[in-house]
Design a protein around this ligand. Structure first.
Ligand SMILES: Cc1ncc(COP(=O)(O)O)c(C=O)c1O
Length: 469
C-alpha cells in the first residue's frame, strides 16, 4: 500500500518521476545544447526496438523541403519519408484539412458510415479511373489486401482449384514488412528467421518478360496475380527496360492473370506521372497506393480495382478498424487536391530532368566514383562504383551529406537515393547536387584515408531464388 512505502523508496520514485518528466520534454527554440539530439538518439536506442539503422539526425520541425533539428540546424530533405511527403512537409492545405476534421470527427469504424469516406472514395476512383477502392492504412496492408483480393478473384472468377492459387512477384521488389509482404520479396535480411513464409508463390526476374511468360505458360491456370513495382524503389531506383510494362499488360491479359501494380512509392506524381505505369500508358487491373496519399500526415493506403474484381470481397471478409476513417479521408482528399492543383506530376517531371542534368555533371567530374545516375521525375539514384568508393560506403556518403545539410538515404552499400519533396525549388535542388559534389571532392579523400581497407563484400545469394543480391 502507498502509505506503507518507506521514505527512501518514496524519495527514489519521486526522483525517477521528475527525471522522466524532464527527459521527455523537448526544449523550445534554437541554440540548445548540441548533445540534446544525441540524448534523444540514445533514448531511442535504449527504449525502442533496433529495427532501423537511421542516419543520426533528429527531426524537430519541418516545412516544405526543409527540416530543423532540436538545435535549430536546418537541412534539406532529399528522402521525403520514402515518398510519403511528395506534397512537402506540413503543407498548409493538408494541415488545415487535418485540423478542421480533427475537431469534428476522427473515427467511425466501418461498422457505421461517416461523411468523409464516401467523398474520398468517389474522388480517388474518379481521379484514377477505377470503379472502386478498398481503403487501408499502411502500404503493407494495401499489399496484403491486393493479395487477398487476387486469390479471391482467382477462385471465384478464374476458377482456380481451391487453395491452389499462385501469386508471382519479382526478385528485388519490395512490398513492406508483414509476413505476406516479405513472402513476396527476395531479401535475406527481411526473410531470414521469419519462416515459414506464405506458400502459393513464385518469383521471376524484374524486367524479364521471357521468364514471366514461361511461368504463365507452365502454371497459368493457377496464377491469380502478378505483383510488381513499376520502378523498384528500395532496390535503388531500378527502372525496367522500355516496353516492360506494356509486355506485362499483354501477358496478364493473354493468360487471364491480374496485373497488380504496387505504386505505393512510385505513384502520386513521384516519377513525373500520376502513376509510374502511365509512362507506358498501361492500366493495371489492381493498383496499390499509400505513402503520399496521407500527405505525410497520417497513414492512408488504398487498393483500386474494377467491380468484377473488387466485389469478390464481401462483408466480413476483409477490413481494418481505421481504414477509411474520416480523418484519413479528409487528409487524403486534400493530399490529392494538392498534387493535382499544384501540378506536382509535371513539376516532378521537369525538376527531375534538372536534377539529373546536375548530377550527370557531378558524374563527369568524378567518373571513376559515380557509376550511374538514373531516375524518372524526382525519383532518382546515384550509384557509386563499389571498387573506387571502397572502403567508404553509401551510408558514409549520407553521413557527410548530412553534415553539410542534405538528408538522403543509402540503399545497399553503393547507392544513394535522391527523392526530395516534389515542391522543392530549383535552387534547393541545385544545393543538393552542389553538396554531393563537395562531399566527393572534399570529404571522400579524407574518409578513404581514415577508414581501414575493407574486405570486398562477397555477393550473397538469395535464400529463396538463388539469385545474387
Ligand atoms: C513499393 C512499396 N510497397 C510497400 C511498402 C510498404 O509500405 P508501409 O511501410 O507503409 O507499410 C513500401 C514502403 O517503403 C514500398 O516502397
Amino acid at each position: 500500500m502507498a502509505t506503507s512505502k518507506r521514505p527512501l523508496q518514496r524519495l527514489l520514485s519521486r526522483v525517477c518521476r521528475e527525471a522522466r518528466r524532464t527527459y521527455g520534454v523537448l526544449p523550445q527554440g534554437h541554440g540548445h545544447d548540441p548533445s540534446f539530439s544525441q540524448h534523444l538518439i540514445n533514448l531511442e536506442y535504449e527504449y525502442s526496438a533496433h529495427n532501423y539503422h537511421p542516419v543520426p539526425i533528429v527531426f524537430s520541425k519541418a516545412k516544405g523541403s526543409c527540416i530543423w533539428d532540436p538545435e535549430g540546424n536546418k537541412y534539406l530533405d532529399f528522402l521525403s519519408a520514402y515518398s510519403a511527403v511528395n506534397q512537402g512537409h506540413c503543407h498548409p492545405r493538408i494541415m488545415k484539412a487535418l485540423q478542421e476534421q480533427a475537431e469534428k470527427l476522427t473515427l467511425s469504424s466501418r461498422a457505421f458510415y461517416n461523411d468523409r469516406f464516401p467523398v474520398f472514395a468517389e474522388h480517388l476512383t474518379n481521379m484514377f479511373g477505377y470503379d472502386m477502392v478498398l481503403p487501408m492504412n499502411t502500404g503493407a496492408e494495401g499489399v496484403e489486401t491486393a493479395l487477398k483480393l487476387a486469390r479471391k478473384w482467382g477462385y471465384e472468377k478464374k476458377k482456380i482449384p481451391i487453395d491452389e492459387a499462385i501469386i508471382i512477384s519479382c526478385c528485388g521488389c519490395f512490398h513492406g514488412r508483414t509476413l505476406a509482404a516479405i513472402s513476396m520479396s527476395c531479401d535475406n535480411e527481411a526473410t531470414r528467421g521469419f519462416g515459414p513464409l506464405l506458400s502459393g508463390h513464385l518469383k521471376v526476374d524484374f524486367g524479364d518478360v521471357v521468364s514471366l511468360e514461361k511461368s504463365f505458360r507452365e502454371q497459368g491456370d493457377r496464377i491469380a496475380g502478378f505483383l510488381f513495382e513499376p520502378i523498384q524503389g528500395e532496390a535503388g531506383v531500378i527502372i525496367p527496360p522500355d516496353g516492360y510494362l506494356k509486355s506485362v499488360r499483354d501477358l496478364c491479359s493473354k493468360y487471364n492473370v491480374l496485373m497488380i501494380a504496387d505504386e505505393i512509392q512510385t505513384g502520386l506524381a513521384r516519377t513525373g506521372k500520376m502513376l509510374a505505369c502511365d509512362w507506358e500508358q498501361v492500366r493495371p487491373d489492381v493498383v496499390i497506393l499509400g505513402k503520399a496519399l496521407g500527405g505525410g500526415v497520417i497513414p492512408v493506403s488504398a487498393v483500386l480495382a474494377d467491380k468484377d474484381v473488387m466485389l469478390c470481397i464481401r462483408p466480413g471478409e476483409h477490413g481494418s478498424t481505421f481504414g477509411g476513417n474520416p480523418l484519413a479521408s479528409a487528409v487524403a482528399i486534400a493530399s490529392l487536391d494538392v498534387i493535382k492543383e499544384e501540378g506536382l506530376a509535371e513539376r516532378s517531371y521537369h525538376l527531375g530532368k534538372e536534377l539529373r542534368h546536375q548530377l550527370l555533371k557531378v558524374q563527369q567530374q568524378f567518373p571513376d566514383i559515380i557509376k550511374e545516375v538514373r531516375g524518372r521525375g524526382l525519383f532518382n539514384a546515384v550509384e557509386f562504383n563499389s571498387k573506387t568508393l571502397s572502403p567508404v560506403s553509401a551510408y558514409d556518403i549520407c553521413l557527410k551529406l548530412k553534415e553539410r545539410g542534405v538528408l538522403a538515404k543509402p540503399t545497399h552499400d553503393t547507392i544513394v537515393r535522391l527523392t526530395p519533396p516534389l515542391s522543392i525549388s530549383s535552387d534547393e535542388l541545385q544545393e543538393g547536387s552542389k553538396t554531393l559534389h563537395e562531399v566527393l571532392e572534399l570529404d571522400l579523400p579524407k574518409m578513404k584515408a581514415a577508414k581501414p581497407e575493407k574486405m570486398p563484400i562477397a555477393s550473397t545469394t538469395c535464400d529463396r531464388c538463388g539469385r545474387n543480391q
